[in-house]
Design a protein around this ligand. Structure first.
Ligand SMILES: NC(=O)c1ccc[n+]([C@@H]2O[C@H](COP(=O)([O-])OP(=O)(O)OC[C@H]3O[C@@H](n4cnc5c(N)ncnc54)[C@H](O)[C@@H]3O)[C@@H](O)[C@H]2O)c1
Length: 444
């Protein structure tokens, strides 16, 4: 699936028009390829807080080069600022002092991460200053340009040693289409992250269930989890059986053809996972449908089918997998929400309700799972798939440009975010909904 506008603006005539008419000029985003280092360049470390001392060793463990001193004429691939030491509004000046001189010295597709303390875990002036970091990072995300991304990672005290998987994701091209996000680590469970023996295959030995795996985003999720070492059990409807089988054969995985809304689907899935695989480590509820109509014209079946596939089925399947202890210790449950569930959308009352419900699903379980099990969701924005290719050209073009990166995302961008949640190193990453939307203006 191609982005015709992006192709056009890189042509000589396109470049001329961009310059003269002030049109958006999207940077071709760098994406991760297996075998490459996580970061191709050096990351500058700044700030002074409780996380600073461990950062050089932690990044070194991920194969990422870092420095705290900058040299004349050098350019940098990323910036990590430890803002956990900021305890009042006056201290926020440290952000300006660190970032301003460095912003013109960044390579293409640079990565910026600000580390803070979860505001709800502190009080008074510190809470105010920590909350202020949100406005800073979201604005910098809109200013950075050159395909750059900016995130704020709030780390609750006690989870300081659980940030590696998150930094690995946000500093690498795996997070190409994620920007302006605020993530909380350690806010729900005080759990130690499982050690990760090999960061290139963190999911080695894990079993991953992916619904709707035969095409689109689900196919990429299956591919990325397989790349990271997992054995994937793909689920899709019987009509998609041949594509599903072919993909799972290619990925040395397993498959189940069923409709996830069928009455016996949760039991069939649970039975298959426990008898064939001894349980499941990663559950990705990706299968989803749209049946758009304005509410005034909405037939009952359009409403019910969307709620049934997108919300009720994930809820019921998860309940059975948890109740029957089919989900192993340190398991990962991952939902696929949507920007529509955050911002709302004309013609999508049913879909947006189902996707906001997925966010509620995360909130409702995050505190109760225990055994090191986590639940998180991604909320994709405009992702270029067969689904969005069906959107009329003009609407599609506008939809793709309404974000800080001025382009649509790819299915792999959603898959990489899911692989980060799935990592054994992400035990403290719980209860988050992360938008994969290029920092879309809608619902921001
Ligand atoms: N494409 C986007 O821009 C976008 C944006 C936000 C969210 N999403 C969400 O991402 C997910 C994947 O979207 P996609 O674009 O790849 O869609 P898609 O239509 O290409 O793929 C969905 C897959 O789910 C399967 N499926 C549907 N109903 C099922 C059922 N009852 N039982 C089992 N499998 C079923 C389909 O057969 C298909 O293989 C969906 O949840 C969607 O809502 C997509």
């Amino acid at each position: 699936m191609s982005d015709r506008y992006q192709g056009f603006v890189s042509s000589p005539i396109g470049k001329l028009l961009v310059k003269n008419l002030g049109l958006p000029s999207p940077t071709r985003l760098e994406r991760y390829a297996a075998g490459e280092p996580l970061v191709q360049g050096t990351v500058v470390l700044g700030g002074a807080g409780r996380l600073s001392a461990q950062l050089p060793t932690l990044l070194d463990g991920l194969g990422i080069a870092s420095t705290s001193t900058t040299a004349e004429g050098e350019t940098y691939k990323g910036l990590v600022f430890d803002a956990t030491g900021i305890t009042d509004a006056a201290g926020l000046i440290a952000l300006q002092e660190f970032f301003t001189p460095l912003l013109r010295r960044l390579d293409t597709c640079p990565r910026v991460v600000v580390l803070g303390t979860t505001p709800e875990s502190v009080t008074g002036s510190e809470r105010i200053a920590q909350r202020a970091l949100e406005g800073f990072t979201r604005s910098l995300g809109k200013e950075l340009g050159k395909g750059g991304t900016v995130q704020l990672v709030y780390v609750t005290e006690g989870a300081d040693d659980a940030v590696a998987s998150t930094l690995g994701f946000f500093l690498s091209p795996k997070s190409a289409y994620v920007s302006g996000q605020v993530v909380r680590i350690g806010a729900h469970q005080e759990k130690k992250a499982e050690p990760v023996a090999d960061w290139t295959r963190p999911l080695e030995g894990k079993i991953a269930l992916v619904t709707g795996a035969s095409r689109g985003i689900g196919e990429q999720i299956a591919r990325v989890l397989h790349r990271d070492g997992a054995k994937v059990v793909g689920v899709d409807v019987p009509q998609a059986a041949s594509e599903l089988q072919a993909l799972m054969r290619e990925l040395d995985g397993d498959f189940l053809t069923l409709d996830i809304t069928a009455k016996d689907a949760p039991q069939r899935i649970a039975h298959h996972l426990s008898t064939e695989h001894g349980g499941v480590d990663i559950v990705v509820h990706n299968a989803g449908i749209t049946r758009d109509k304005k509410l005034a014209n909405m037939a009952e079946d359009r409403w019910s089918s969307v709620i049934g596939v997108n919300l009720t089925a994930p809820e019921k399947i998860t309940r059975v997998l948890l109740d029957e202890k089919v989900v192993n210790d340190n398991g990962r449950i991952i939902g696929v929400a949507s920007i529509a569930g955050i911002a709302g959308n004309v013609g999508q009352t049913n879909y947006a309700a189902s996707k906001a419900g997925v966010i509620g699903f995360v909130d409702s379980l995050a505190d109760d799972l225990g055994r090191g099990i986590t639940i998180n969701a991604v909320a994709p924005g405009f992702i270029i798939t067969a689904m969005t290719a069906a959107v009329p050209f003009a609407t599609r073009e506008v939809g793709q440009r309404l974000n800080a990166l001025s382009q649509g995302g790819l299915p792999v961008d959603v898959a990489e975010a899911i692989a980060w949640f799935a990592s054994p190193g992400s035990t403290a990453v719980n209860g988050n909904v992360v938008r994969v939307c290029g920092q879309m203006m809608l619902g921001a």
